[in-house]
Design a protein around this ligand. Structure first.
Ligand code: ADP
Ligand code: ZN
Length: 218
């Protein structure tokens, strides 16, 4: 039986950090649509070229492109035991497409874990964020600085500040979340899949709660 878990929350909630930790503890394959898009941008693929202008502005890549990218990835051999979805779905249309695709394989979502963080806290956090272009690890100047300034703890690559972590793009991402993604909280609440975790604490406390929420779900 395969296990599909969704990680939901506003930008800056700590999804990336928590996803790496959860994947390590559960053995679930971590699939992050943001990382997949960034890899396509780096490799200058057709998809990357189509996605980049949306990403740089802090807007969502159109559903059609996003859904086909993610469903193609889920169809590969290494995803057959399930996966941890980080950054997908982000719209109702994506959620419905995912439900339909899983239903076709007689599978379903085990749990949707919401990392709950207020808009004020999000604004505070997103300012000093640095990301690893190679392995996707995320650091913060104040809350979780890397051991060596400017370098990734996991793979030593030089850290970067993403275009979408610049101020105008941050505000845009928050608006997009409120309008397009927050309705998914109700969507998964209605199907009884939602588990809410207080995300306004340190990464270890949030991580422990997420694991506990996941265990109570199956
Ligand atoms: P964040 O750090 O804001 O959670 P991600 O790294 O998950 O952002 O994604 C970066 C960008 O990639 C998004 O702002 C968006 O442009 C695009 N993207 C990622 N996932 C999706 C999705 N499910 N639907 C549409 N666009 C997406
Ligand atoms: Zn790295």
């Amino acid at each position: 039986m395969s296990t599909y878990v969704i990680l939901l929350g506003p930008p800056g909630a700590g999804k990336g950090t928590q996803a790496l930790n959860l994947a390590e503890h559960t053995g679930l394959l971590h699939l992050a649509t943001g990382d997949m898009f960034r890899e396509n941008v780096r490799n200058q693929t057709e998809l990357g070229q189509a996605a980049q202008r949306y990403m740089d502005r802090g807007e969502l890549v159109p559903d059609e492109l996003t859904i086909s990218m993610l469903l193609d990835r889920l169809a590969r051999d290494d995803a057959q035991l399930g996966s941890l979805l980080d950054g997908f779905p982000r719209t109702t249309e994506q959620a419905e497409a995912l439900d339909a695709a899983l239903a076709e394989q007689n599978a379903e979502i085990a749990a949707t874990l919401l990392i709950d963080v207020s808009a004020d806290e999000v604004l505070r956090r997103l300012g000093g964020r640095w990301s690893c272009p190679d392995c996707g690890a995320v650091f913060h100047e104040v809350f979780s600085p890397p051991q060596t300034e400017g370098a990734c703890d996991r793979c030593s690559a030089a850290l970067i500040q993403r275009d979408d972590d610049q101020p105008e793009a941050i505000q845009r991402r928050l608006d997009v979340y409120a309008q397009q993604t927050a309705p998914l909280i109700d969507y998964y609440q209605r199907s009884g899949k939602l588990r809410r975790v207080d995300g306004e604490r340190g990464p270890d406390a949030v991580g422990a709660d997420l694991l506990a929420a996941l265990e109570s779900a199956d």
